[in-house]
Design a protein around this ligand. Sequence first.
Ligand SMILES: Nc1ncnc2c1ncn2[C@@H]1O[C@H](COP(=O)(O)OP(=O)(O)OP(=O)(O)O)[C@@H](O)[C@H]1O
Ligand SMILES: C=C(C)CCOP(=O)(O)O
Length: 248
Amino acid sequence: MTVVLKLGGSVVTEKDRAETIDGAALDHTADAIADAISVGDVDDLVVVHGGGSFGHHHASEFGVSTTDGSHDVDAVHAIHGAMTTLNQFVLRRLLDRDVPAVPIQPFSAGHRSERGELTFPFGQIETLLSEGFVPVLHGDLVAHAGEGVTVVSGDELVVELAASLGADRVGLCSAVPGVLDDADAVIDRIDEYDDVADVLGESEATDVSGGMAAKVRALLDLDSNATIFGRDGLSAFLEGDDPGTTID
Ligand SMILES: Nc1ncnc2c1ncn2[C@@H]1O[C@H](COP(=O)(O)OP(=O)(O)OP(=O)(O)O)[C@@H](O)[C@H]1O
Ligand SMILES: C=C(C)CCOP(=O)(O)O
């Protein structure tokens, strides 16, 4: 069973305070992952984490998004540097619980064409999985023809990974319990973007990659189902349930 799990930046960081980890949430998340691996609920797991107050804060300061790039070398070091710092925090929490987590830095691997299409090699991830590791990727910057560098969101990586690895389960853990309707109730299932377009917005925090609207749009393009759930749904998702919202 191959599982791709995105830990939203809004879960693992305090998204409104620059470069601030949510230590308790990170502990809870790492516990849930370690438990799922130790009881055999998950064998092949790829983790992707988002930017939260590390990536988005710096990306916004330098005016870099998934489409607007920069040639400023300081922007590269600030944004990519913050993401590798966050990645170290996530890895440390997993390693402390004996999860064989290893880093994959998208900046060193992927690139975009002038049209913005992402190319990302997955051979190293497949091989690491078959050798028993848990690759941990993150939203990052990538080289972008004609733009310098742009942001690659963790959500984009999840979609590419799920398709390339033929993932059995895809989950996005975010700060909200699922996609919410206009009365703030969790929508159980989404199969058409237009059915929910009116309630989908950007993130309430600083976010350069499009918030919930971009997530739903990207996940609808996947052949397999994906699930969007909150912190409390993580263990249930890893046990095989579908908490929150299923994107068909
Ligand atoms: N209909 C909706 N239902 C739920 N959340 C919504 C909706 N519309 C907008 N949002 C916003 O989208 C946010 C989730 O997107 P966001 O990109 O912040 O999540 P994330 O993936 O956890 O963070 P990051 O991008 O840092 O990884 C919610 O916290 C909320 O502010
Ligand atoms: C802002 C950066 C560098 C990463 C964005 O990744 P996301 O939080 O998954 O959208």
